[in-house]
Write a protein that binds this ligand. Structure first.
Ligand code: BG6
Ligand code: MG
Length: 216
């Protein structure tokens, strides 16, 4: 375990269960287009993956014009926005707020490293935006996870060298990004999901700072 100075959190599926809303929104779009999409496929191929890459996976070799692709991304985003408009502060993972406060009390930094362009909206609905020292979102970098860029960017925002950062992710693409960035990686979910995680917890529920920092 590194002498961590900052913890960089993915948002969807880590601090809140918005990954379920992303799935439901894609599923509605896929149903309308008559394209099969299962929850298992979502878990294996869409979790943590950006909007366009997700749609490319869903449509595979079906032919759509660029205009149709844009319309489908917008349609999915509208469904997603409808779902998150109902969210409130109670949808932060249990103990999440306490964990963020604990990180600050320990003199460490915290940041969000999310691929989502809706990241700030979700943080506002959860009322946790002020608990972070920095935010890196879907507008911050060009190359999405598994590229390391978003985590390197987030480390820069909180002025912490990558070797002193811990990245927290529920997607294997995100763990790849964290490891390629040269950070310690905490996976959230079933162990089998992650190839390169340094440590795995089944859920972020009631995870304390000591659980993150303790050697396995
Ligand atoms: C990630 C989600 O955080 O953000 C993905 O895990 C999502 O499911 C991606 O596709 C992009 O999100 P958005 O809100 O910009 O479409
Ligand atoms: Mg995620």
């Amino acid at each position: 375990m590194p002498k961590a100075k900052a913890i960089l959190f993915d948002l969807d599926g880590v601090l809140t269960d918005t990954s379920e809303y992303h799935y439901r929104a894609w599923k509605q779009l896929a149903d309308e287009e008559g394209i099969p999409l299962t929850r298992e496929e979502n878990d294996a191929h869409l979790r943590g993956v950006g909007r366009r890459d997700s749609l490319m996976y869903i449509i595979r070799d079906r032919h759509y014009s660029e205009e149709q692709i844009q319309e489908m991304m917008e349609r999915k985003n509208n469904y997603y926005n409808q779902l998150i408009s109902q969210m409130g502060p109670d949808e932060v993972v249990a103990g999440g707020r306490e964990l963020l406060q604990e990180i600050h009390q320990a003199g460490m930094k915290s940041a969000v490293a999310s691929a989502s362009k809706n990241c700030r909206l979700v943080l506002e609905r959860l009322q946790i935006i002020d608990l972070f020292d920095g935010i890196a979102d879907g507008y911050s970098v060009i190359n999405g996870k598994p590229a390391p860029d978003i985590f390197v960017f987030a480390a820069g925002v909180v002025q912490t060298p990558v070797v002193d950062c811990i990245g927290v992710e529920d997607a294997d693409a995100g763990i790849e990004a964290i490891k390629t960035a040269g950070m310690y990686a905490l996976g959230v979910g079933p162990k089998e999901r992650f190839k390169r995680a340094d440590k795995v917890v089944p859920t972020m529920e009631n995870i304390r700072l000591k659980d993150i920092l303790a050697d396995e």
